[in-house]
Design a protein around this ligand. Structure first.
Ligand code: SAH
Length: 400
C-alpha cells in the first residue's frame, strides 16, 4: 500500500466528510495554540530581527474548516506582535501542504473568506500556495521558512513497517490484527518503532534544510506518556476495535481472512523519550518543550447531560467517535477491502466502541512539541556562503 497515494481524509462536505467530522482535531489544534503563539513571538523577539518576508507552512492541512484555522491564528499573532513593536508586518508566504489526493479544492473555495478575515488584522501582502507532497522529504526551497506548524498529522507513517509486509512472513505475523496489539511479538513492536524513527528523522532533516537558522516548529500529534506502545492511552484501541469488527466479518464469510492479515496501519503514537532520542540523534533541532494533553475520545463533543441512561450516552459517544474515525481512515480501508463493506464495518465498529465506552473512561494523549533549529552563529553563515561561492566558481572554472 502506497500511503502517499491512498491516504486522504474523506473529501467534500457531505455527512461523512472530514470537513463535517473534525471537531476532535479542531480541539487538538486549540491545545497547541499557546505553544504556537509562543514560538512565533520568539521568532519576532525584537524589531531589529523581524524579516521582510516570512515563510510559514502548515503540514498535513487536510480539508474543511481546520485547514486554514492555524494560518488565521498565526497571521493574527504576527500582526499583533508587529503592531506592538510599532513596525509594519512582514510580507507573508503561507504554504498549505498535504498528500496528493487531499481535497485542496475544498480549501480553495474558502480562500475568499479567509482573505477577508485576515485583511482585518493584516495590512501586509499575504500569498497562499498549496504544496502537495509528503512531508517525509523536501517540500520547500532551502532557507525559505521561518515557522512550521503541523497538527494531527505526524502520527501517520510514510509506509507500513517493512518487516510486516514481506510476502513469506505476512501470514505468520500480526495475524488477525491490523496494528500493534497487546499480544504483538517484539519484532512487530520493533518494526513500528524503527519506521517511526526513520520517518521522524527524515522529517527533521528535511525541515532543517528548509528553515532559516533559528526557525521554529510546533508539532502536535497523537502520542502517549507511557513507554508501552500498546498502552490504553495510545490510540491502540481504535485499531484493535477495527480489527475486531473486520474479524467478525471474516467469521461470517464477508471478507477473506488473508485480507485482514495483510493490512497493517501506517500509524505510530510515540512517547516523549522516543521523540527526544530521534531529535538528539538527528541533531538539527533543540527540543524546547513537550506537553501531553489527555483528550476524550469524542473530543468532549457529546453533551452528557442530554442522556438519561449510560446506554444512551455510550451509544451517542460511539456514534461520534465512529464518525471521526471513519472520516480519517475510510480512504485507506476502502483501497484495501473495497467500498462495499464500509457501512457494515463502521456499524459494527460503532457498537464495539459504544460497548467499550459504557464502562471505560480511556483518553487519548495528544503531544505538543516545540522545536528550534540550531543557529549557525555570528560570522559563520557569511563565511560558509563565501566559501561555497568560491568553490562553485572554481568548479565552474575547472570544468570550463
Ligand atoms: N491538520 C488538520 C488535518 C489533520 S488530518 C487538522 O488538524 O484538522 C491528517 C492529515 O495529514 C491528512 O490530511 C493526511 O493526508 C495528512 N498527511 C498524512 N501523512 C502525510 C504526509 N506524509 N505528508 C503530508 N501530509 C500527510
Amino acid at each position: 500500500m502506497e500511503v502517499a497515494l491512498v491516504l486522504h481524509m474523506n473529501k467534500g462536505s457531505g455527512e461523512s466528510s472530514y470537513a463535517k467530522n473534525s471537531t476532535l482535531q479542531s480541539k487538538i489544534m486549540c491545545l497547541g495554540k499557546a505553544a504556537m503563539e509562543e514560538g512565533i513571538l520568539k521568532i519576532l523577539k525584537k524589531s531589529s530581527i523581524i524579516p521582510e518576508s516570512m515563510g510559514i507552512a502548515d503540514l498535513g492541512c487536510s480539508t474543511g474548516p481546520n485547514s486554514l484555522a492555524a494560518m488565521t491564528e498565526i497571521v493574527k499573532v504576527i500582526e499583533g506582535r508587529c503592531c506592538s513593536l510599532g513596525r509594519p508586518s512582514p510580507e507573508l508566504r503561507l504554504f498549505l501542504n498535504d498528500l496528493f489526493d487531499n481535497d485542496f479544492n475544498n480549501i480553495f473555495a474558502t480562500l475568499p473568506t479567509f482573505y477577508n478575515r485576515i485583511r482585518q488584522h493584516n495590512k501586509a501582502p499575504c500569498y497562499i500556495s498549496a504544496v502537495p507532497g509528503s512531508f517525509y522529504g523536501r517540500l520547500f526551497p532551502t532557507n525559505s521558512l521561518h515557522f512550521v506548524h503541523s497538527s494531527s498529522s505526524l502520527h501517520w507513517l510514510s509506509q507500513v513497517p517493512k518487516g510486516l509486509q514481506s510476502e513469506e512472513r505476512r501470514m505468520l505475523i500480526n495475524k488477525g490484527k491490523i496494528y500493534l496489539s497487546k499480544s504483538s511479538p517484539q519484532c512487530i513492536v520493533n518494526a513500528y518503532l524503527e519506521q517511526f524513527q526513520n520517518d521522524f528523522s527524515l522529517f527533521l532533516s528535511s525541515r532543517a534544510e528548509e528553515l532559516v537558522s533559528g526557525g521554529r516548529m510546533v508539532l502536535s500529534f497523537m502520542g502517549r506518556t507511557s513507554s508501552d506502545p500498546t498502552a490504553d492511552e495510545s490510540c491502540y484501541y481504535q485499531w484493535e476495535f477495527l480489527g475486531t469488527a473486520l474479524m467478525a466479518m471474516v467469521s461470517e464469510g464477508l471478507i477473506e481472512e488473508e485480507k485482514v492479515d495483510s493490512f497493517n496501519a501506517p500509524y505510530y503514537a510515540p512517547c516523549p523519550d522516543e521523540l527526544r532520542n530521534v531529535i538528539e540523534k538527528e541533531g538539527s533541532f533543540i527540543l524546547d518543550d513537550v506537553e501531553a494533553f489527555p483528550m476524550e475520545w469524542d473530543g468532549g463533543a457529546v453533551d452528557h447531560q442530554q442522556y438519561t441512561t449510560v446506554a444512551e450516552l455510550s451509544r451517542a459517544r460511539g456514534q461520534r467517535v465512529t464518525k471521526t474515525i471513519r472520516a480519517v481512515v475510510e480512504s485507506m480501508l476502502e483501497a484495501h477491502f473495497g467500498t462495499h463493506i464500509m457501512d457494515d464495518l463502521f456499524k459494527r465498529y460503532q457498537d464495539i466502541v459504544a460497548d467499550y465506552l459504557s464502562n471505560a473512561s480511556t483518553k487519548y494523549i495528544n503531544l505538543v512539541i516545540s522545536l528550534r533549529k540550531k543557529e549557525t552563529r555570528g560570522i559563520m553563515p557569511e563565511v560558509i556562503g563565501y566559501l561555497k561561492n568560491i568553490l562553485t566558481l572554481e568548479n565552474y572554472a575547472f570544468r570550463k
